[in-house]
Design a protein around this ligand. Sequence first.
Ligand code: FEO
Length: 411
Amino acid sequence: MKTHAIADFIYCLHADINSPDLFEGIWPIPEGVSLNCYAVKGEKIALIDLVRDWADAPGQLEADLSALGLDFNVVDYLILNHLEPDHSGWLRAFRERNPRAEIIATAKGINLVKSFYKIETGLRAVKDGDTLDLGNGKTLQFFETPNIHWPETMVTWEPLSGTLFPCDAFGSFGALGVFDREHPRSRVFDDEFTEAEHAFFEKETLRYYANIVSSFSSFVERAVQKLGGLDIRCVAPSHGLVWRKNPQTIIQRYLKYASYAKGNAEKEISVIWGSMYGSTKEGVDAVIRGIEAEGVPYSLHRVPDENVSYVLADAYKSSGIVLAMPTYEYAMFPPMAYVLDIFRRKHITGKKVLRIGSWGWVGGAKKEYDAAMESLKWTGIEPLEWAGSATPEELKTLEERGRELAKLIKT
Ligand code: FEO
């Protein structure tokens, strides 16, 4: 079996997860996700991050260890950068296989080891800057990077190879073997993937960031600043590609995504719409004519047909948003209310937005929408609601509103 060496003493081990399960029980992963772990060999052996018992992840990990002539029971230190169970769920079984390995995490991480897994012994809490001597000149160092994306998170640094192990940070959705169904465990490094394959992972990185990390963008910026003095030659996250050729690509990509949260999103418009019988859709078409006339790129997302995970990703990266929905039972169209609730929870703030929609007997979306908008800190241009089918005059106004929003995005 092929091994994936970052250096002659550091190896990437990974499990490709192809499962109908939702990631975190919320986010769809139709193209899978990878769970990466790393073995670092000095006189002692460290395993960095673990897996959960999911789609035979422990079996895949064991096969990779075996290809290196290793097994779980030779591990001296298990380093847990982050305790979310995708990276720790198999911990009790690991401990049964190897009772002597010391488990290393931040103090908050150790608390989670105790609460999640009821393990009380063989634990070591590390602080910012602490080191772990593996012998043979190999040392690991730990830096606390809280809230990327849980409070206990840290990164591990290996100075000889310049490898950063940041766990969730710099990760993405998408199984590493998604393009290699025959040999799904053959590639992990950025330089082993084609441009088209990179385009796929870039899209899945944005979706992962918007879904998992976006609320913590200021912490991403803080962490990158904190780690700025390191000569990072490889970024080895626990999801997605291992960046040994162009580590700055993924670091800069994350910084760009973090800046979206501060109002620096792309000059694009995300059109999110729902329609019961086509009246609101007529209005959407008119708005799009206006956007197209101004030449601003846009994306279309119909709810509830499209999962909110994808809607969130596009909305996060767009400066402008069109929300088009009918009134439903005197309030917002429920699938749109759900989308806005997710936006609120994920702090999708600072957007320029146009709301439109039709009503049958009476309007009612406005009141609920206005309350949502206040917490989102969005800037609205004048909305338009209409009764039943839009009149030619209303369609003309809708087109004009589309142009207005597009012009606002361009400035
Ligand atoms: Fe990949 Fe926050 O766990």
